[in-house]
Ligand binder design. Structure first.
Ligand SMILES: [Zn+2]
Length: 272
């Protein structure tokens, strides 16, 4: 298997927030999951992504927003993190909707890359990873390093890889769940870990938001409506604001420490 981020030039990702990549899950021939024959995941993810992007563009002028898709088009899975790496992005947010045979299952979950702790988490990543089967050459595409979405071993091996941005991804996941859970009718199921191919090769903090279950009637009502989509977008936006603030605060503390160190060197010189 390929190492994650192989060939990707490291940059100071995660220390500032200058470029954000918004990844609307699925698209085109890959519709994602379906909600009771009423709506497809690809349409909901795009609607939320565009609303979130608009909020960022209108009020965070110092942040560049990059989209992996802005229309109903098919984007190969490897191309999504690849785009983020090429743009030296500082944050990658992949937006999805959940599905379950149990229609009572409801709520949002934000995932960061890691080994699944429950079979439920594994099922979610398996479903999301299986989209590569829409790509005719996925078995030979080196970008996937021999990953087979139908093999349980494949899922375990590739999640064992160390992710340099784990702490920040975890922190941002928590912020997304806190903020969306506080304002949306979709209740928060908390943060989770699983191995998502789309997050695997990102060279920056990255999360995948399962905004709610399309298979649950009350979640679906929220996810289908303009108002519900707006509120979810607002929640993720507020998480980005909080995350940016925290990055700036720690950068200021670092600068302060550096100044203090320089000052003491100066006074030490004066004494001599
Ligand atoms: Zn999805």
């Amino acid at each position: 298997m390929l190492l994650p981020s192989a060939g990707v030039k490291p940059h100071a990702a995660g220390s500032t927030l200058k470029t954000i990549v918004l990844d609307a899950g699925h698209g085109g021939q890959d519709p994602g999951c379906n909600g009771a024959g009423e709506i497809w995941e690809k349409n909901v993810t795009l609607a939320i992504t565009l609303k979130l992007g608009k909020l960022l563009e209108d009020s965070m002028k110092d942040v560049k927003v990059v989209y992996t898709r802005k229309t109903d088009k098919f984007v190969e899975l490897w191309e999504r993190p690849n785009q983020a790496n090429k743009d030296n992005a500082d944050l990658f947010i992949s937006i999805h909707c959940n599905a379950n045979n149990n229609t009572a299952a409801a709520g949002s979950e934000t995932y960061f890359m890691g080994l699944h702790k429950t079979s439920g988490n594994l099922e979610v990543s398996k479903r999301e990873n299986s989209v590569i089967t829409y790509e005719s050459d996925y078995k030979t595409n080196e970008r996937y390093g021999g990953f087979d979405p139908n093999s349980p071993e494949s899922h375990i091996i590739f999640t064992l890889v160390q992710n340099a941005f784990l702490q920040q991804s975890l922190k941002f996941s928590q912020m997304v769940e806190n903020q969306t859970g506080a304002i949306s009718k979709v209740k928060s199921r908390g943060i989770k870990q699983a191995g998502f191919l789309v997050l695997w090769q990102t060279a920056m903090p990255s999360v995948l938001v399962e905004t709610g279950f399309l298979t649950n009637a009350s979640d679906r009502a929220v996810l289908k409506s303009e108002e519900g989509q707006k509120i979810i977008a607002k929640g993720i936006y507020k998480a980005i604001v909080a995350y940016k603030k925290e990055l700036e605060k720690s950068a200021a503390i670092k600068a302060e420490k550096k100044n203090t160190a320089t000052d003491s060197t100066k006074s030490a010189k004066n004494i001599r």
